[in-house]
Design a protein around this ligand. Structure first.
Ligand SMILES: [Zn+2]
Length: 245
């Protein structure tokens, strides 16, 4: 549908990673970016792909964890004071209080001009009816299963790319969507209550689905698992991998 629109993997690392950047991505269209999450490594992640903060048009936030939102302070400040614009911030209503009152307010609510709110820095758009558009690209949101009682939403881009963000295995949810490839959270540890272990992915998804599945958000010892992952899945996704939308 769109021409020259791309999905770019900005980072694929576990939150503990010492070498890989935060598990964030971006949609590029008409030379403008929609960030898919904005962790604390966002500035390096953009630089590595040849972008600057001023290339950001919009930001989607999946859930409120540092490797997904802690870059918002930097982006908010630089956009407002250095580049003189406010990016659009697409969020589900359920995230607002946790994102501003419980997370960003402490560092962002007082500026030289006085009191500031989330709207001082961003054009906040609440996502209604589980979908929104970035230019002509349709993005559907889907509820995933991450930390208990923490709202977390993955996305499906144009029925082509399903990006789970942080979640345990969610086979019932994925079965409701069409996609060419899925980018799925994984942890390489044997047990984790909030991330999908390799075994849980092997047990939850059919081989057909797994062969369309790139794994992301992995620990630094991923090399030890590469042959097994290549055998059972599409593979590990890597920083800079790019897909046509
Ligand atoms: Zn998380």
């Amino acid at each position: 549908m769109s021409t020259n629109s791309k999905l770019i993997i900005l980072g694929c690392g576990h939150s503990e990673s010492e070498v890989n950047l935060n598990n964030n991505a971006a949609v590029l269209t008409n030379e403008k970016l929609l960030l898919i999450d904005c962790g604390y490594t966002i500035k390096s992640a953009l630089k590595n792909q040849g972008f600057k903060i001023s290339d950001i048009d919009s930001i989607y936030i999946s859930h409120v964890h540092g490797d997904h939102v802690f870059g918002l302070e930097r982006v908010g400040y630089e956009c407002l004071f250095k580049y003189k614009f406010r990016p659009t911030l697409f969020i589900k209503k359920e995230l607002y209080k946790e994102l501003w009152d419980n997370t960003l307010k402490g560092s962002m609510s007082k500026i030289g001009e006085g009191e500031a709110s989330l709207e001082t820095f961003f054009k906040v758009v609440f996502i209604e009816n589980d979908s929104f558009y970035f230019h002509d690209i349709k993005i559907e949101t889907l509820k995933v299963k991450h930390t208990p009682n923490k709202p977390s939403f993955g996305i499906c881009i144009q029925n082509k790319y399903l990006y789970t963000t942080d979640t345990i295995a969610i086979p019932e949810t994925l079965s409701k969507y069409k996609f060419d490839y899925c980018f799925h959270d994984v942890t390489l540890s044997d047990y984790n209550p909030v991330h999908a272990t390799l075994n849980s992915l092997l047990n939850s998804y059919t081989k057909t689905t797994r062969k369309k599945m790139y794994l992301m958000s992995y620990e630094d010892n991923w090399n030890d698992y590469e042959s097994s992952v290549n055998l059972n899945f599409k593979g590990f996704i890597k920083e800079g991998d790019t897909f046509d939308i």
